[in-house]
Design a protein around this ligand. Structure first.
Ligand code: NAD
Length: 476
């Protein structure tokens, strides 16, 4: 059955082309066949958004807050259904999917509050008899482009502030996760947000994503660095603002004085859970000599016990990777690692389970150097490498020797090194004795260098991107 799940001006529509989604844990199961939007559909979505935005901008802050409150409530009420959709179409385990759904509900709830607290300032003037007011206005119609790996959380951390601050939306979710995207659109449509304020177009990046970039007053994108760069160039040419959240090659530094069990647990959690498909995954494990051998052994031992299986299976800790292209990409990097003379300490092979799926054994390379290709490029799979270093100074230098700068962790019992690392590591987020992945929903999220571009997402900082500042001078 063809699912017509594009939402344009309050109407559900199909598309000219279709895409079949199969369960990555069981390739014999078709999850759904979705109608893909076209560039013409995107233009229709922008037209609807432009018609609807003035009224939404003029809505009371309470109306906007109530709509976000309703979105949050529906997400919590439907959390089991939403998590199951994500497990079936995206291969996320049920606990991971549920955690993400609940986080998305909290994000919408947080922005229901922010809608009531739009900041502004009143200032004195240097001229007598003049008042100055600094206010914030919506940007207009924002284009939101999101990836498949956090299909509900990333989407909600863009949709929620956009709505809270009075913008209309044209959203292009990843074409790899249309089911959860359609479920989100149904929730927003039922929340009291007027038709046309929120539009969703499911389609392929180069056609439909590119059309979103052409039509928007501002573009918020999360995805790969290669796509982000292309979008930044086009936004600069069009002179519209953009906000990009991209990849990572996140270091987890382990010092000699670390608690060994904690360090190994953090590495396994940060690198391999959610099949390593997290922008904040700990892909480079940078370990000082004194603890190196024991750490490498402890991680390899834990990997042997990780339960890999179908995402819907209760026992499963790590599910499949999303699709064939990701699967092949991972295997290609296993070969590259071998050619670079890295030592394969664990995994690296496809797994045959009771169902046909994109299952990979968690891969650990040891005896690697930071110049190897496997340590320079984002792989985005259950894959990590150990890099041996002499001491803390070398560990910090290696941690910073990367094009990326999203999340960086250190495992140590030394306050001196912990504080120095926090101050000097070139990353947007730092973690002390915690996994590199896993963040709160009310705090700013983002990185440096090739990991992020533009103002921060989430928390109170989201207002910077989704509003424009106006300074008004008023004669008394
Ligand atoms: P991707 O760049 O392939 O796709 C992201 C989105 O962009 C999709 O909706 C896609 O259809 C669209 N797109 C593709 N080409 C486009 C184009 N030419 N113009 C406009 N849109 C286009 O990334 P992905 O594979 O979906 O996601 C994985 C990547 O996302 C990883 O690099 C990961 O690190 C990153 N990511 C980053 C964060 C973060 O917050 N930093 C969070 C999650 C994922």
């Amino acid at each position: 059955m063809l699912l017509e799940k594009n939402l344009i001006g309050g109407t559900w529509t199909g598309g000219s082309d279709t895409l079949e989604i199969r369960n990555p844990s069981n390739l014999d199961e078709v999850v759904g066949t979705y109608g893909m939007a076209t560039a013409a559909d995107v233009n229709a979505a922008f037209a609807a958004a432009r018609r609807a935005q003035p009224a939404w901008r003029g809505a009371t802050i309470e109306q906007r807050s109530m709509a976000l409150d309703a979105i949050s409530r529906m997400i919590f009420e439907q959390k089991d259904r939403l998590a199951e959709i994500m497990a079936r179409e995206g291969g996320k385990t049920i606990p991971d999917a549920l955690g993400e759904v609940v986080r998305a509900g909290h994000i919408a709830r947080f922005f229901a509050g922010e809608a009531l607290r739009i900041p502004g300032e009143k200032m004195g003037s240097v001229r007598p008899g003049v008042d100055v007011e600094i206010t914030r206005e919506p940007v207009g119609v924002v284009g939101l482009i999101t990836p498949w790996n956090f299909p509900i959380a990333v989407s909600l951390w863009k949709i929620s502030p956009a709505l809270a601050f009075g913008n209309a939306i044209v959203w292009k979710p990843s074409e790899k996760t249309p089911g959860i995207s359609a479920a989100i659109a149904e929730i927003v449509a039922a929340s009291g947000v007027p038709a046309g304020v929120f539009n969703m177009v499911i389609g392929r990046g180069p056609e439909v994503g590119a059309a979103v970039v052409e039509g928007a007053d501002a573009v918020s994108f999360t995805g790969s660095a290669a796509t982000g760069r292309r979008i930044a160039v086009r936004c600069a040419e069009r002179m519209v603002r953009c906000q990009l959240e991209m990849g990572g090659k996140n270091p987890l530094v382990v010092l000699d004085d670390a608690d060994l069990d904690l360090a190994a647990d953090l590495a396994v959690n940060g690198a391999y859970f959610q099949a390593g498909q997290r922008c904040t995954a700990s892909s480079r494990l940078i370990v000082t000599s004194g603890i190196h051998d024991a750490f490498a052994k402890a991680v390899a031992t834990r990997l042997e016990k990780v339960r890999i299986g179908p995402a819907l299976d209760k026992e499963t800790q790590v599910g499949p990777v999303i699709d064939e292209s990701q699967f092949e990409k991972n295997l290609k990097y296993v070969e590259i690692g071998k050619q670079e003379n890295a030592r394969l300490a664990s995994g690296g092979n496809p797994l045959q389970l009771s169902t046909r799926g994109w299952f990979l054994a968690p891969t650990l390379f040891a005896d690697t150097t930071n110049t190897m290709q496997i340590n320079r490029e984002e792989i985005f799979g259950p894959f990590a490498s150990i890099i041996r270093v002499a001491d803390y100074d070398e560990a910090l230098a290696v941690a910073n020797d990367t094009e990326y700068g999203l999340s960086a962790g250190i495992v140590t019992t030394s306050m001196k090194y912990a504080r120095h690392f926090q101050a000097n590591v070139q990353a947007g987020m730092t973690m002390l004795n915690l996994p590199t992945a896993g963040v709160d929903y009310h705090t700013p999220f983002g990185g440096r260098k090739m990991s992020s571009y533009g103002p921060r997402e989430q928390g109170r900082y989201a207002v910077e991107f989704y509003t424009m500042v106006k300074t008004s001078y008023l004669a008394a």
